[in-house]
Design a protein around this ligand. Structure first.
Ligand code: ZN
Length: 405
């Protein structure tokens, strides 16, 4: 019960703030595994619709009757279709003894303050209807025929190439528990709107090297679960002290933060992979795990030209088998700030400072303000003890050098 109240308060606070787009993120791990990520667009009607949908899903999740530890993942896609039209999809996965997948999409036209329907989007609806039914029957042969005769197209996303139409498995009365979707190439449709196909620039960056001697006392600060609106402020603090860190990013959140990602690398910090949707990984198939890794690798590379080599498993959970599914190096930590839990600078300092030794990897998070608030004091204290702040890759390299001495 306590958690619901906290969560609702976070949403209220965010809806009131600035004009920048950002990601609302809630990642928790007490009595359940929860990873909720959705965009705040600063279009009021759209944001209200999104947050009330998310609250509703969360409320239903909290009321699930299940003896084990349930898991909720909400991830999103965000696309500016053109200057006026924004398309957001929210994908929900609820895992108990079975898995339920749900989709919800919002397409909003700022020009007339209205949500867009398929009728607003596609001119030749009859052709579309015919194509969809044909393909649905081909792809999902167990779909209910009666349902298909009056299927409506409420859930869709648009990208540069395809109109993608989604169906919730329950609605289509299919035995599939995965989301059902069809990609319709835009070339084959008469659209009533323009699609702006301008792409982001590919910028190539590598991490700035630091001067570190083999005998130096070193420590690696790491931040999980970002990027978020706090990440830039964390970079400001790091910069102030000439320190660097390693950011283990959640892939579905990076798109709004291209500048921040490039800044991380430019200022000598490193980017690592923390999966795409922040699911509990130990229950995933090889294929699903690799999708989580690869989508994040691609998203980061697209924005920065940098390809991460490090991976931090969500909730710190992994197996030997999981490790064998990727070339990325699994990186855990030996000092845990428990920032998300203790929420106080004093307690964060107490969790970190007495436990640091040369070569330590410190776990913090940049999807909330607690680590940020404590960061100044952490850095000053460790600096006074003679520590240098390096990235995880630099730390590992240094350890290797020391071992070969
Ligand atoms: Zn995490």
């Amino acid at each position: 019960m306590k958690k619901i109240i906290v969560f609702l308060m976070i949403i209220l606070l965010t809806s009131g703030c600035g004009k920048e787009k950002n990601i609302q993120s809630y990642i928790g791990r007490d009595k359940e595994f929860v990873s909720i990520n959705y965009p705040v667009t600063n279009i009021n009607i759209l944001d209200d619709a999104i947050s009330s949908y998310v609250n509703n899903v969360y409320y239903q999740f909290k009321n699930i009757d299940y003896d084990g530890i349930p898991e909720l993942n909400i991830s999103y896609t965000y696309k500016e279709v053109n200057e006026d039209i924004v398309n957001v999809s929210l994908q929900t996965e609820i895992v108990t003894d079975k898995t339920i997948n749900k989709i919800k999409t919002f397409t909003y036209n700022k020009a007339n303050d209205r949500f867009l329907t398929m009728e607003d989007l596609v001119q030749d609806l009859n052709t579309l209807d015919y194509e969809i039914k044909k393909e649905l029957l081909e792809k999902y042969q167990d779909a209910d025929m009666d349902y298909l005769s009056n299927v409506s197209y409420d859930y869709f996303t648009v990208d540069d190439e395809n109109l993608t139409i989604y169906f919730n498995p329950a609605e289509i009365k299919s035995k599939h528990d995965e989301l059902i979707y069809l990609d319709i190439p835009l070339d084959s449709l008469k659209l009533l709107i323009d699609i702006d196909k301008t792409k982001g620039n590919d910028v190539y960056l590598s991490i700035k090297k630091k001067n570190v001697d083999i005998d130096d006392k070193v420590v690696a600060l790491t931040f999980d679960d970002g990027p978020s609106k706090y990440t830039a402020k964390i970079l400001d603090v790091l910069k102030k002290y000439g320190a660097s860190a390693t950011f283990f990013l959640v892939g579905n959140k990076v798109d709004f933060y291209g500048d921040i990602l490039r800044r991380m690398l430019n200022e000598g910090s490193e980017i690592g992979n923390h999966s795409y949707d922040h699911k509990r990984l130990t229950r995933l198939s090889k294929e699903d795990f690799q999708i989580e890794i690869n989508k994040t690798q691609e998203a980061i590379k697209k924005l920065t030209g940098f390809t991460p080599t490090l991976f931090r498993p969500t909730y710190g959970g992994y197996t030997k088998t999981l490790k064998s599914y990727t070339d990325l190096k699994f990186v855990l930590w030996d000092v845990d700030s428990r920032d998300w839990q203790v929420k106080s600078t004093d307690k964060i300092l107490k969790n970190i400072l007495p436990n640091v030794k040369s070569g330590s990897i410190i776990l913090m998070h940049d999807n909330h303000e607690y680590a940020l608030k404590a960061l100044d004091k952490i850095i000053v204290n460790l600096k006074n003890q003679g520590y240098k702040f390096v990235t995880v890759s630099e730390l590992l390299e240094l350890k290797k050098l020391r071992e070969s001495e």
